[in-house]
Design a protein around this ligand. Structure first.
Ligand code: SAM
Length: 197
């Protein structure tokens, strides 16, 4: 069984990240944390909500005792509709194949995709975001294409993919993360008749 490592994140930051997604996760749901990083957000969801949480990522940075799989960044190694919720938290701007990852998230999810993204509104926010991400990526070894979209850009992708938006929260810029962020709750179901069949 996996053992926990030293927590490589601040308690305040962890609580803030948990608070962004907690309203969209019901007690006892089965949750896939896709792009889980250190796994501490998933661990908090498991502890506070009594959820069964699985972690998956292209790297193994897991510091928790939750089950973790490394995958190829394309095909999520789980069956269709195996989870109630798929969490994608600050992941997609690290990827060039955003639609493919969203499609995979929808395939393995029955009820909700919870997507949290940096959504810089202008050049200044984008530059600060890019700097923060570059520093973090160097520290942890993440790929960092800084593939940001504005909120309208994400909504256009959801429309194109037929993902119905069920909830949206906008997090205004705050120091030192002086760029806008957003939480989107998406219905993975009707848009993917093949997966649902
Ligand atoms: C900024 S970290 C976020 C970690 C975690 N979700 C959190 O909020 O604490 C971005 C994560 O996305 C992962 N990632 C990058 N490309 C990915 C892909 N194609 N599929 C899944 N995860 C990916 C990275 O390895 C990294 O762990």
């Amino acid at each position: 069984m996996a053992t926990e490592k030293k927590k490589n994140t601040s308690e305040k930051l962890l609580e803030w990240r948990y608070g962004l997604v907690a309203p969209y996760i019901n007690p006892g749901e089965r949750v896939l944390d896709l792009g889980a990083g250190t796994g501490w957000v998933g661990k908090r969801i498991a502890e506070r909500k009594g959820c069964d949480v699985r972690l998956v990522d292209v790297l193994d940075c897991n510091e928790t005792d939750l089950p973790h799989s490394v995958y190829d960044g394309h095909t999520v190694p789980f069956a269709d509709k195996e989870f109630d919720v798929c969490l994608l938290m600050f992941v997609l701007h690290h990827a060039l194949n955003q639609e493919e990852i969203l499609r995979e998230a929808a395939r393995v999810t029955r009820r909700r995709i919870v997507l949290v993204e940096d959504t810089p509104r202008n050049f200044v926010e984008r530059a600060i975001d890019s700097l923060c991400d570059t520093l973090m990526s160097l520290e942890h070894g993440f790929f960092n294409p800084a593939n940001y979209r504005r909120i309208e850009g994400w909504r256009a992708i959801f429309d194109q993919m037929g993902l119905a938006l069920r909830g949206q929260d906008v997090v205004p810029p705050f120091f030192p993360f002086y760029y806008t962020k957003a939480v989107f709750a998406l219905d993975p179901g009707p848009a993917f008749p093949d997966a649902a069949a």
